[in-house]
Design a binder for this molecule. Structure first.
Ligand code: AMP
Ligand code: ZN
Ligand code: FE
Ligand code: FE
Length: 284
């Protein structure tokens, strides 16, 4: 396949601003040959996206992005490709993750109210549209009501880890994330390794090796947060541990204004990445 693909995208099912079918249509218009929808903590958008992909004639891959528990200040997101949306353990996990959000979000709102930011849970839910209500939705309401001027300001001042209205939520550890994706017939892939914020290469290698021992199948080497040097570094790492290389833009619609489908930091994601995932899924 000489074409390019996009294996990391978000819709209104989580914190993207466009409906799943619309993300697919945009992908088609952007010349993307294969798309994976990888909403945070949910598979709710996959049937709609998959149908739309058939309609417009592009390849589609089921996906999910699960936020895993790791020591601060690291962030570890696990992508799952080719997951079966009827998998019971996966459904149980997504329900649990939703419950964790339902527990956390009202606490954030209460704290914001105490800090003089008058927004309500129902405004935030309306903003979210879907079941996955996240901090970007809270930020959007804060912008709309004039309390902050940007998503960045909302996070820096209130919502980021350790900021004034920050509350954590329950997350599965990486081992459980990997196991559940495997149980659902999918391939677990470490998203944007740059967000691990490792101090040196030895630490990064140790983490990837440990994850590989637990069943990790791939590393997202191309991503909007990765410059050329990082793409090179993560590619070598993936090759060294015999892992798949994947890539995506992490498109969120207008929630991340400078990110377009099919482009990650000025780079295209080769079709071979998609073909390799398909081949691995078929061999299972
Ligand atoms: P949540 O799902 O509620 O935990 O929120 C996570 C989402 O917030 C992810 O989509 C991130 O892209 C976004 N996010 C996390 N930290 C920041 C930040 N400092 N600035 C802007 N967006 C952020
Ligand atoms: Zn997101
Ligand atoms: Fe992520
Ligand atoms: Fe993402």
């Amino acid at each position: 396949m000489s074409e390019y693909v996009d294996l990391h995208s978000h819709s209104t099912a989580s914190d993207g601003t466009f409906a799943p079918a619309y993300v697919v249509r945009l992908a088609k218009e952007s010349g993307v040959a294969a798309l994976a929808l990888t909403d945070h903590d949910t598979i709710a958008g996959l049937p709609e996206a998959s149908d739309a992909a058939k309609e417009v004639g592009i390849e589609f891959l089921n996906g999910i992005e699960i936020s895993c528990e790791v020591p601060k200040p690291a962030t570890l997101h696990m992508l799952g490709y080719g997951v079966d949306i009827d998998s019971k353990p996966l459904r149980e996990l997504t329900n649990q993750l939703m419950a964790g959000r339902d527990d956390r979000n009202p606490r954030i709102i209460k704290k914001l109210n105490e800090l003089g930011v008058s927004i309500t849970m129902s405004e935030v839910e309306q903003e979210a549209g879907g079941d996955v209500v996240g901090r970007p939705h809270i930020a959007a309401v804060m912008i709309r009501k004039g309390y902050v001027s940007s998503i960045k300001q909302a996070f820096d001042k209130y919502l980021a880890t350790g900021a004034a209205a920050y509350f954590d939520r329950d997350r599965p550890d990486p081992k459980r994330g990997i196991e559940l994706i495997r149980q659902a017939g999918g391939l677990p892939v470490l998203a944007h390794p740059v967000q691990l914020r490792t101090e040196n290469d030895a630490q990064l290698e140790r983490i990837v090796k440990d994850l590989a021992d637990l069943g990790l199948a791939g590393v997202e080497v191309i991503h909007s947060d990765h410059d050329a040097a990082l793409v090179e570094k993560y590619s070598r790492l993936a090759e060294r541990f015999g892992l798949l290389k994947t890539g995506g833009s992490d498109f969120h619609g207008t929630n991340k204004k400078d990110i377009r489908l099919g482009v990650a930091n000025g780079r295209r994601i080769p079709g071979e990445f998609y073909e390799a995932i398909r081949a691995k899924l078929a061999a299972k």
